[in-house]
Design a binder for this molecule. Structure first.
Ligand code: ZN
Ligand code: ZN
Length: 347
């Protein structure tokens, strides 16, 4: 089988590997679609806090957003058979520790992240090798494209934890990457009356409207804090979701959050930030929280993909054949062309 591996920063090559034979509770799954994420570009360039901290170790068999078809099941696999369309958790549990043996795979302390830190071999390859306990069947009406969007959307889903939205709620989303877009899409589905997407690129903001945003703001031309306040009788948004990774945007986000409101960051920042207006947070009783992938979120997102008549797939701005993927990442790194989600196809 063929795999694209980053051997060292800026050095990605295809490698030919032996295709695993399914054993025990493990399955061999043909990858159908794989999304390329900002983290994948960061692994490729080496410009990433996880590389600097030594949590990501080269060579990296990267890729963590995917969907596929089961090809072969080990003799002990339960609940799957060849031909099933599947996706997986973004962490693979060990299957051997006391927690795993008790069926609490989410509490395993030996989880390996697919394609990133403490790496389980990722999905930029013809096949994935995964255990049945971290795999889930894709609903029949959910496409492979949508299946590969489950992982980033499951990160966005975390921003809505313990949040009740009504048609009177305003959610503001900063950033128009896949996380920002999926957050806006979820906000609408989960009942927010107003979903404001804030970004720098008009072509991406137009896509935000297609997937359910009610308002868009280009923050290169408009002061987003004033604009969100103007839309909400001076109160601010009930929930702000920061996905851009810009310190300035995080501060803007805090100032556009209403009293007793919540701002959730789903982003990584290049460095720790000094200029967070802490007194403003305190006086206005604003909750500043972080969100990330969580066990259980992918299945909830898959169900929403099944139910939501508005498709998230317009955020797929590029399609790349697996054989062309190496050149694509090089070009995308050099030219920085506008993209939201590039989707790798294996057929
Ligand atoms: Zn990702
Ligand atoms: Zn375990």
């Amino acid at each position: 089988m063929k795999r694209l591996t980053v051997f060292s920063p800026l050095n990605a090559e295809y490698e030919e590997m032996e295709t695993p034979v399914a054993q025990g509770r493990y399955m061999l799954v043909k990858v159908e679609r794989a999304g390329i994420c900002a983290t994948d570009f960061a692994i490729f360039t080496g410009n990433c806090s996880f590389v600097r901290s030594g949590e990501i170790v080269y060579p990296v068999r990267f890729g963590h957003e995917w969907s596929g078809t089961v090809v072969e099941c080990g003799p002990d696999v339960k609940g799957f058979r060849a031909g099933d369309r599947v996706y997986s958790d973004s962490g693979i549990s060990c299957g051997k520790c006391p927690k795993c043996l008790a069926g609490r795979y989410d509490e395993c302390r030996h989880i390996k992240s697919v394609g990133t830190v403490n790496c389980w071999d990722g999905c930029f390859a013809e096949y994935m090798y995964i255990p049945d306990f971290n795999a889930y069947r894709l609903p029949d009406t959910v496409s492979f494209d949508e299946g590969a969007l489950i992982e980033p959307t499951a990160i966005s889903y975390d921003a809505f934890r313990n949040v009740e939205l009504t048609d009177r709620s305003t959610v503001a989303v900063i950033g128009t990457g896949a996380i920002g877009m999926s957050a806006a899409w979820l906000a609408k589905y989960l009942g927010a009356g107003r979903v404001v997407v804030i970004g720098r690129t008009d072509s991406k903001l137009d896509i935000a409207i297609q997937i359910g945003a009610t308002d868009i703001l280009n923050n290169t031309r408009i002061d987003p804090v004033r604009a969100v306040k103007d839309m909400t009788d001076g109160l601010g948004a009930d929930l702000v979701i920061e996905t851009s990774g810009s310190g300035k945007s995080l501060v803007d986000g805090i100032y556009m959050t209403r009293k007793d409101g919540k701002i959730c960051s789903l982003s990584f920042y290049e460095r720790n930030l000094d200029d967070i207006p802490v007194d403003h947070l305190v006086l206005n009783k604003i909750s500043l929280v972080g969100g990330a992938g969580r066990f259980g979120n992918p299945q909830k997102v898959a169900k929403i993909f099944e139910e939501n008549p508005v498709k998230l797939t317009p955020i797929i701005t590029q399609r790349v054949k697996f054989d062309d993927m190496r050149q694509f990442i090089i070009d995308a790194t050099e030219k920085k062309f506008a993209r939201i989600k590039a989707m790798v196809q294996f057929d």
